[in-house]
Design a binder for this molecule. Structure first.
Ligand SMILES: [Zn+2]
Length: 453
């Protein structure tokens, strides 16, 4: 057979396979999904009661007997916190690992998550199905610009594309220019990466011309509706979003072609919304149903979201998740980075001529996120601004990288001494104006912060 004939055969083969998976999934009754979830939850609780030191202690403390657990509600008020993963990591590990990933974070408080190849393969399969459902096939050529440095999404996407049988160029986290210039050379027609980096590549495409791309998939951070429609206009293709976290080995859910909430991967994870407000928004809580190396039960993600129970027009039987920008803890997420405001404490205190008070304000400026650091001084100057910036980058190398790649802007604003607390009120350390941009409430202010934080 000629090479053109082979390519045509490959193309139809992959489409048939995609069609089969999609059709089969659409006809799975909701009740079957829930039955499998209940069975897997019971198996998980029984497993953790013997194999996980953390959960063995936890069940004992809360008087939980695995035999009595038939649904997630039977676990009462048991929750796993991020701090538990940091302080008792080894107590979560039930069997030898093959690979580990870290959450993004600063100050040496990253969480380490351990997995087996079997678990990674399950996630790669799920990623492959997601790609097929979005009309990506083995004939497509991906460029993967997720950061590979101890971080999960690049690795899982690469494995997912490998399962799809498609081409995948690994760019990792690099300059937008070096990504843009390779698109034509490698005949790339699909992009995957985090929005803040893809947005800078989109800037270049808008300025110098957009090569023909059939679809873009994002993960690692939220994409606002404004940014999405701008990217879609520049590239002339759909931009799909996913929701995931390292603690879930990457993906928790992904959008279908309707782009109306993340379809949850419900056979791998059980997602709950804790303490929901009247409109259904609350903290996203996750139980990893099929993991055995470092399983997590009712892990508080700190992210805010709600479940959409109505069936999606695409016909898939899974529930959908909608996530919003707020956090229920003190962490700030900007671009792909999470950090606690006190990373600035140390930096600021190392610079003389700056007062102790400061306030961070995050907002959107066009299509770019800005983190503005408000400081107090009576001697403002460009030199002082540079001194503060260097002190911050010394404290947090990842922030230095993110700013240098243009993933967000860090601005220093000087205010007269005493002006930040002019009204003699408690100074709010972080003001998130990005929420206004999307017409959302700041859940942190309104106090759905769970107990024990
Ligand atoms: Zn759908």
């Amino acid at each position: 057979m000629s090479s053109a004939g082979k390519a045509v055969r490959e193309y139809f083969k992959s489409r048939v396979r995609a069609g089969h998976i999609y059709s089969a999934m659409r006809f799975v009754p909701r009740g079957v999904v829930e039955r499998v979830q209940r069975r897997r939850l019971k198996e998980l609780v029984t497993y953790c009661a013997t194999e996980s030191k953390f959960y063995r202690d936890c069940f004992k403390r809360h008087g939980i007997t695995p035999e009595a657990v038939n649904s997630i509600e039977d676990l009462g008020d048991i929750f796993t916190l991020g701090l538990d993963l940091i302080e008792r990591r080894k107590d979560f590990i039930c069997r030898p690992d093959h690979i580990a990933f870290e959450t993004t974070g600063t100050q040496g408080r990253n969480k380490w998550l351990h997995f087996t190849w079997h678990e990674i393969n399950k996630m790669a399969n799920s990623c492959m199905v997601g790609l097929l459902m979005l009309d990506f096939y083995r004939t497509d050529r991906f460029l993967n610009c997720f950061n590979y440095s101890f971080w999960v999404p690049g690795f899982v996407f690469q494995r997912g594309v490998e399962r799809l049988g498609a081409y995948c160029l690994g760019a990792s986290k690099t300059s937008p220019e070096s990504i843009y210039e390779r698109l034509d050379n490698y005949k790339i027609n699909a992009l995957i990466g985090y929005p803040s980096l893809l947005m800078r590549v989109t800037d270049l495409a808008e300025k110098h011309g957009a090569p023909k791309i059939k679809g873009i998939m994002t993960a690692g951070e939220r994409i606002t509706p404004q940014v999405r429609s701008w990217m879609e206009r520049v590239w002339g293709c759909n931009v799909y979003a996913t929701y995931g976290l390292t603690e879930a080995c990457g993906g928790v859910g992904g959008e279908c072609i309707r782009k109306n909430g993340y379809h949850l991967e419900e056979l791998l994870n059980l997602v709950e919304i804790d303490n929901p407000a009247e409109d259904g928004y609350g903290e996203i809580v996750l139980t990893t149903l099929s993991r055995r190396c470092m399983p997590l039960i009712r892990y508080r993600t700190g992210d805010v979201g709600r479940i959409i129970n109505e069936k999606c027009g695409c016909g898939l039987p899974t529930r959908r998740l909608e996530s919003v920008p707020g956090r229920v803890d003190d962490k700030i997420k900007i671009g792909t980075a999470y950090f606690l405001p006190n990373v600035f404490d140390r930096a600021i205190h190392s610079v003389e001529a700056i007062g102790r008070d400061y306030q961070l304000v995050a907002y959107w400026e066009g299509n770019k996120e800005v983190l503005e650091l408000n400081l107090e001084t009576d001697t403002p100057s460009d030199k002082l601004s540079e001194e503060v910036m260097s002190a911050i980058f010394r404290e947090d190398k990842d922030m230095a990288n993110n700013v240098s790649y243009g993933m967000f802007n860090l601005k220093i604003k000087f205010n007269p001494t005493g002006s930040l607390r002019a009204d003699n009120i408690k100074l709010k350390r972080f003001v998130d104006k990005r929420l206004d941009h999307e017409g959302r409430r700041d859940y942190r202010i309104e106090g759905i912060k769970p107990e024990g934080r």
